[in-house]
Write a protein that binds this ligand. Sequence first.
Ligand SMILES: [Zn+2]
Ligand SMILES: [Zn+2]
Length: 411
Amino acid sequence: MAGASPTFELDGPALDAARRAAERPLCEECLGRVFGRRGRGLTNPERAERLRAQLGASSSPPGPCEVCGGAFDRWPSWLERGQKAVEGWEFERFSCGSRWDPEILAKEEAVWREVGSSEGESARSAFNREWGKRLQKGWGRTADPKDPEVVLLADVLMGRVEVTVLPVYFEGRYRKLDRTLPQTRWPCRRCRGRGCDRCGGTGKTYSESVEELVAAPLLAATGGEGTRFHGMGREDIDARMLGDGRPFVLEILRPRRRSADLTAAGAEIGRASGGRVEVLGLSRADAAAVLRVKEASPEKSYRVVVTGAVEEEKVKEALSVVADRAIAQRTPTRVAHRRSDRVRTRRIRSATLVEASEGRFALDLRAEAGTYIKEWVEGDGGRTEPSLSALLGVPLRVEALDVLAIHDREV
Ligand SMILES: [Zn+2]
Ligand SMILES: [Zn+2]
């Protein structure tokens, strides 16, 4: 704080404490820190200097610092170690932490107690701040403890720096025009991903997924080590996702680079998938976007093609009573292996007949999040009650199902 002259006046018991502290083998940083919470705007070595001036003392007794063992005197090494640790990783914002021998932290509190100071600042917090300031100055990047892209951790005892690279996030909406494509990778059930005869050594049940097709160009652009795909729900493998698509967030783990040409990536997804997957509105996102897509429960619109021996008029009649009527849906048999078996209440918001021919008709439906559409049409052996099949009194079968819209942008 050049120019400013913060007050740092010690008197009474504080002056006695300072006198006792000055007699201990402490480095300038650790001595100043004994009164680290007094005199805002001063660095700890500045505190030590003022303290000595008031005591008329010259310097500390010789020998290594009894608290930090010299960690605060080795900034050039810590800067170099920090630099080495982040080599090859692109980032703008970082934060600093440190791991200390608990004995050192206990020792430091013992010193404060013995000299009688209640204004000490811990070595860890001072080290983190000072290291961050120095790295920031050297790098021209921002120390941002709230939203870092890389986190440096100094192991003070071992003299090592570890780096954690945080994921980079992209968001957009995907359209899926293929009825054989799952949303995310499905590990092979038999080998659980290791690779076996059944999966041809791929470790996967399906050779491709929306996740992999969307991730490929972004992984290549960022040099990441893996991905996590967060969709706002998911459609069945054999359902298409039409309209303006389904919101998703793609998380890229340990990216070497944090930026990508998103227009090019979007075009590449369409090209490489042979037009089976399209991505709209691809943009950078933050970690909070994952929670937003995970917690949203928007209504959805569907087009469902149904086969069954029933007259058009009967269908229309049945549809006229389904809107907003409670449907009790027990967990469908087809998902019972991965979901707990319970009964949920859901509602169809609207239902319209859009096409009818001999033995086949098409409906447009809008339903609450989590409604099992196929089961509502077919009945799932009585597990969904009432079903359209039960209302019509004939067996029905869903021939094709498409998601037309995810209504996440409506209030
Ligand atoms: Zn020290
Ligand atoms: Zn396998």
